[in-house]
Design a protein around this ligand. Structure first.
Ligand SMILES: [Zn+2]
Length: 363
């Protein structure tokens, strides 16, 4: 068991502490549902000011239990951002600087939502001597089944029924659960997207592989045939194989934005100590369905009233639980990437983030 990582209740403790310490700059959001094992879960909103022009950005961590670095990284980022804003200083991540003006602009103009530990039960189980250090899922009891746990990042309502990259077997590490949003932990994330309607960008931080992933995960992207898309039942059963047949429609401007911002995030991460992450479409890692970045980005295509949310998955580092000295380096480099992601979402062209609900025809 790698040492240095905060325990599950320590991550939660930092969130509550920051909300109390920086009361005028934060909101402590108690999510509506406790975890399966009845842990209360909080998100932290960091913002100075209110108003209809503010954009929201949602950062998630700790979805997969054994991926220990990212909750520590997110509470470190929250702490340092609040300290820097309050003391009117900049931030430094290795040789990479974020000026005090940039810090001020982020906190003054963005609603930053941080949910550092989506799956506290899983982390507690990983860190318990009686647990399993390589546990991935939540701790759902799965009545009548031989194994516990649902893969929370296969439980969202995006092609959940398709079976692409998921399993219906409870003992599988990619068990999708008995229904989309069967788990309180995924319903909490949906709640944030439903209620914080200014969210335009989401990053779900996982480990490992040094990747920046963007939609889609179910099949290869294409921008020429809007009818060939995940909502069209004529293509059911044809999705999920890289390099052949079906391809998932994505708005060309959106894909350009994902790739451009992904490259900028990559470059900021690399500037810290030279680790160059790879930016790619989700399926190039492996085919998936029911993940949060695809779900978040798909919402505006399903419900016209929903705002478009540009969803990324960042896979940090080179192992699930690096020694703490290496974890500290990952924590530095990924924060630099997140600052760039936030600044990109602030600057994004309105037409990309405005929430177009109908795909434009080709040409
Ligand atoms: Zn993961």
């Amino acid at each position: 068991m790698a040492t240095g990582y905060l325990p599950a209740d320590g991550i939660e403790g930092v969130v509550v502490h920051l909300a109390a310490t920086y009361a005028s700059l934060t909101e402590l959001i108690t999510l509506p549902e406790q975890s399966v094992e009845k842990r209360t879960i909080h998100a932290l909103k960091i913002a100075n000011g209110t108003g209809p022009s503010r954009r929201g950005i949602l950062l998630l961590g700790g979805v997969h239990a054994r991926e220990l670095v990212n909750p520590d990284m997110l509470v470190t980022f929250a702490t340092r951002l609040l300290q820097a804003y309050t003391t009117k200083t900049g931030l430094k991540f290795g040789p990479v600087s974020c000026s005090k003006a940039q810090v001020k602009r982020i906190v003054d103009t963005v609603d930053l939502y941080i949910l550092p530990l989506v799956n506290p039960d899983g982390r507690a189980f990983v860190q318990s001597p009686a647990g399993d250090p390589m546990w991935r899922k939540n701790r759902a009891p799965n009545p009548g089944q031989p194994c516990q746990g649902v893969d929370l990042n296969r439980n969202y309502d995006f092609l959940w029924s398709s079976g692409i990259g998921t399993s219906g077997a409870a003992c599988s590490d990619v068990f999708k659960g008995p229904a989309a949003f069967s788990e309180p932990e995924t319903r909490n994330v949906r709640h944030l997207l439903d209620t914080r309607t200014n969210i335009v960008c989401l990053a779900d931080v996982h480990s490992y592989a040094e990747l920046v992933l963007y939609p889609w995960g179910d099949d290869d992207n294409q921008s020429t045939d809007p009818a060939m898309n995940f909502t069209n039942p004529a293509f059911d059963g044809q999705r999920g194989v890289h390099g052949t047949g079906y391809r998932e429609f994505i708005d060309a401007d959106d894909e350009t934005w994902f790739a451009t911002v992904g490259d900028a995030v990559r470059d900021s991460i690399a500037a810290v100590r030279g680790r160059t992450y790879t930016v790619q479409q989700g399926i190039l890692l492996y085919p998936t369905s029911a993940t949060v970045h695809d779900y978040a980005y798909s919402r505006h295509l399903v419900q016209a009233a929903d705002r478009k949310v540009m969803g990324f998955t960042i896979e940090t580092g080179r192992e699930f639980q690096p020694p703490w000295a290496e974890a500290e380096q990952i924590i530095e480099e990924v924060q630099a990437g997140l600052v760039t992601l936030i600044q990109s979402a602030m600057r994004a062209a309105e037409r990309v983030l405005a929430g177009k609900t109908v795909a434009a025809p080709p040409g």
